[in-house]
Write a protein that binds this ligand. Sequence first.
Ligand SMILES: Cc1ncc(COP(=O)(O)O)c(C=O)c1O
Length: 458
Amino acid sequence: MELPFAEPYKMKMVESIRKSSRKEREEWIKTARYNLFNLKSEQVFIDLITDSGTGAMSDKQWSEMMLGDESYAGASSYYKLKNAIKEILGFDYFLPTHQGRAAENVLFSTMIEAGDIVPGNSHFDTTKGHIEFRNATAVDCTISEAFDTTVEHPFKGNIDLEKLEYVLKSHPVERIPLIIVTVTCNSSGGQPVSMQNLREVYSLAKKYVVPVFFDSARFAENAYFIKMREPGYATKSIREIVAEMFSYSDGMTMSSKKDAIVNMGGFIGFREETLWKKAQTFNIMFEGFITYGGMSGRDMNALAQGLYEGTEFDYLDSRIKQVAYLGQQLRSYDIPVQMPFGGHAIFVDAKRFLPKIPKEQFPAQTLAVELYLEGGVRGVEIGALLADRDPVTRENRYPKLELLRLAIPRRVYTNNHMNYVAVALGNVYERRNKIHGGVKIINEAPIMRHFTIELERI
Ligand SMILES: Cc1ncc(COP(=O)(O)O)c(C=O)c1O
C-alpha cells in the first residue's frame, strides 16, 4: 500500500482556540456588521480568512530571530536575505519592504503613470488597487477556463497569449510599463501557471519590449504544481523549477507572508541595476533605508530561513495535500468547489451553492456569514465586494466568479480541523434552500472597500 502523506515536522508549542455557541456568534457577527474582518480572533474557532502571515514558524526560524542584526545600515541580516534571494530566486538586486503591497507601492511608484495599461492574470486586489490608485488600468488576460469552476485544467492561472498580444498590439508600448504574472493566481482560485506559459509570456513580452514581473507570493506552491502536473518536470527539484520560473522574469514582488512562512515581510527583486537604483528613492520614502526597508533584522533572518524551508518538497507535498484533503471532504458532500483544488485554499462556488441569492445580495459574503454562524469558521469573500466599484462609473463590478475562499495557514491546523470545517459547511449546504436573503451595503470606503465594509442582513 502507498504510504499516506504526513507532515515532515512535529509540534513543540500549541495555542488554545475556543469554541463558541451559535447564540454568541449571532451577536458577534451582527456587531461586526456582517464583515468577518471586524470579528475579534477570539470569536473565531478555525480561522481560514487568509494564509497570509498566519503560518507557524519553525524552531530554526525562531533561532534566526535571535541572531538578527538590528544595525540601521548594512546589517548582516540584510546580506543573509540577499544571499537567499540570489541562491533561490536568482536576483542580484533587491529591496526589502514590510509586506507585498508595500513592494507594489514602491515598484509601481517607480514604473506606473496615469493612463498606463498593466496586463496580467487576475491581478490580486492590492495589486489592482495600487494600479487603479495611479489612474492606470489592470487588464485581465487569464485563460477563460479559469472562470468555469467545473473545468479541470491543470494550469488555470495561465495567461491567454492571444488576449495578451491583443493588449500589447492595441496600445503604444510606452503606455505598458510592465506585465504582471501572479504565481499562483490567488483571485482565480490559487491556480498555478505552467512553465510553458511563463516561457511564452516572456518571449511575447520581449517581442514588444515590455518587462515581466512576477507577483510571487506563492511561487513555491506554483513550482510544486509544475513538478506534479507538467510533463518534463517530475524529476526536477523544486529549487531547479523555481530557478527556471524566475529566469522568465525581469523582476518580482513578494509577499513573504505566504511561501516564505513568516508573519510579516516582503521584497522586490530586480534583474537590472538601473531600475533597482530608481526604486531606492521610493523605498527610502515609504519603507526605510534600502538595507532594511520596513523590516527588522530578525525578520529578515527568519525570512531568509523561510525561503529555504518553503521550497522543500516534503513540506510542500504535505501542505498542498492538506488543502486537497479539505477539497475532497467538501466534494464528498457535493459542495461545488473550484476544480482542480488550488495551492493555498479551497474556493467554494457561491453562485452554485446559493443559486437563489441574487448577485446584488452578494452570495459569497452571505455564505461566509452562514459558515461562521454554523461553526465559528472564518473564510473570506472573493466576489463582488472584493471586486469593488468601477472607478469611472462607480457601479458595482460583478466578477465572473463569486467565491468563498477557505485559505489554510501553513503548518497550523490538523486534518481534524479540516474535518470540522467540512462538516460545518456540509450542514450549511444541507439547509441551503432555507437561506433566503443575502446582505446589503450600508457603508463602504471609496477603494479596497471589502476590508472595512459595513453590511446588513436582508
Ligand atoms: C497574490 C498576492 N499578491 C499580493 C498580495 C499582497 O501581499 P500583502 O498582504 O503582504 O500586502 C497578496 C496577499 O494576499 C497576494 O495573495
